[in-house]
Design a protein around this ligand. Structure first.
Ligand code: ATP
Ligand code: MG
Length: 248
């Protein structure tokens, strides 16, 4: 049945998560999660509120204590301190627009590039790239992040993750509370990044949009992966439609 079986990664795996377990106190929030993202793939994880999606991304980023394995290019990065992910050019857009409120747009972007090799020339090239994607950030480059609208702050969070020139971009709940036009703009940027060869792992409450943009998807329920398959198949799977797509 489509979406029920395992769906092998079509390309060389870039990210492989196996038997990932996270507990908060006595509550086991991730219970042996496994997933793989191939080089150049766009993968999404769909699941109800509280399923553990954010915890999964935070564990991959080294931001919560976890057991199991998280391999990138075959290296187990789970024991690494969080900042070393930047060396592997993993960009992360956390849930909830985590920008540095009391820094300007420019300073936020500069902070995103602090591990970017290549000095001022490379920094300027990335700034030009991000300002090209989001002209509104360019117009507001000397404005404090706190004074930006919600949509602009989300653009800044994405722009900051792009400063590292990521090979893998991990995105958590980008569309939360944003106007549809801004959500569309951000998804267009992700589509462009994907076409340029960036590998993407995205979680979003808007499962319809996430599955429309992705190549492949996983369904997560209470800390486990319960289904996976090509995104188009998951979109048409009656169980997925009923649980995650019906209200849209
Ligand atoms: N720091 C924490 N301490 C204790 N429990 C936590 C903590 N963070 C998350 N949890 C719990 O872990 C579970 C998974 O949370 P998580 O944020 O990963 O879910 P999610 O799938 O991202 O949900 P949402 O769709 O609402 O963003 C929830 O039951 C949540 O209450
Ligand atoms: Mg979440």
């Amino acid at each position: 049945m489509p979406g029920k079986g395992r769906c092998p990664v079509a390309t060389e795996p870039l990210l492989v998560v196996s038997d990932l377990r996270v507990s908060y106190g006595r509550a086991q929030v991730l219970d042996g999660v496994r997933l793989a993202v191939g080089k150049g793939e766009f993968v999404t994880v769909v699941g109800a509120n509280g399923a553990g999606k954010t915890t999964l991304l935070r564990a991959i980023m080294g931001l919560v204590p976890a057991r199991g394995r998280v391999q990138v290019h075959g290296q187990d990065i789970l024991p690494w301190p969080p900042h070393r992910r930047a060396e592997l050019r993993i960009g992360y857009v956390p849930e909830g627009r985590r920008v540095f409120a009391d820094l300007t747009v420019f300073e936020n972007l500069q902070a995103g590039a602090y591990r970017l090799p290549g000095g001022r020339t490379a920094l300027q090239a990335r700034l030009d790239f991000v300002y090209g994607l989001f002209p509104r950030l360019a117009e507001r480059r000397h404005q404090l992040a706190a004074s930006l609208s919600g949509g602009e702050q989300q653009m800044l969070a994405v722009g900051r993750a792009l400063m590292i020139d990521p090979v893998l971009l991990i995105i958590d709940e980008i569309s939360m509370g944003l106007a549809p036009v801004v959500v569309d703009q951000l998804f267009r940027v992700f589509g462009d990044m994907h076409r340029q060869g960036v590998t993407i792992l995205l979680v979003d409450q808007n499962a319809q949009k996430a599955l429309a943009a992705a190549d492949r998807g996983y369904v997560m329920e209470t800390g486990r992966i319960t289904m996976e398959g090509p995104a188009g198949e998951l979109r048409n799977n009656p169980a997925v439609v009923e649980a995650y797509l019906q209200s849209l």
